[in-house]
Design a protein around this ligand. Structure first.
Ligand code: DHK
Length: 144
């Protein structure tokens, strides 16, 4: 059975590279997927990368992979700061989970400082740009 790292991206992350590049940088979501595939491959892992702008879709995906994923990386975008429901879904996931933010949410508007996801994740990577996703995959591989 392939060991699969699931990378979930939430609302507006499909616009990476285009939206507020001074905050989120110039790399696109497609670039992120290539970087993560490379990192996963280097550890002998498969990658399953998905993005949705819809909270319920993300929750469905979290539930779908909760018993089978080897590791989960999630950047929930703005849902980070609002979604108890996504948090509850993540709490039911068995594998290690890493919360990623491209920007440093603690150095932006105060409402971004609180994450509903942090204490149901095993590790948090913030403010490292898209390299944070690669760090997350490496962290999951090292933790096994
Ligand atoms: C991405 C978003 O879309 C924002 O809503 C978060 C996060 C920060 C990021 O830095 O990747 O506040």
């Amino acid at each position: 059975m392939p060991r699969t790292v699931v990378v979930l991206n939430g609302p507006n992350l499909n616009l990476l590279g285009e939206r507020e590049p001074e905050i989120y940088g110039h790399e696109t979501l497609a670039d992120v997927v290539v970087l993560c595939e490379r990192a996963a491959g280097a550890h002998g892992l498969q990658l399953d990368a998905r993005q949705s702008n819809h909270e319920g879709v993300l929750i469905d995906w979290v539930q779908e992979v909760r018993a089978t994923a080897y590791g989960l990386v999630i950047n929930a975008g703005g849902l980070t700061h609002t979604s108890v429901a996504l948090r509850d879904a993540l709490a039911a996931v068995r594998c290690p989970k890493v919360e990623v933010h491209v920007s440093d949410i603690h150095r932006r508007e105060p409402f971004r400082s609180h994450s509903y996801l942090t204490d149901v994740c095993d590790h948090v990577i913030i403010g490292r740009g898209v390299a944070g996703y690669v760090e997350a995959v490496d962290w999951l591989a090292a933790r096994a």
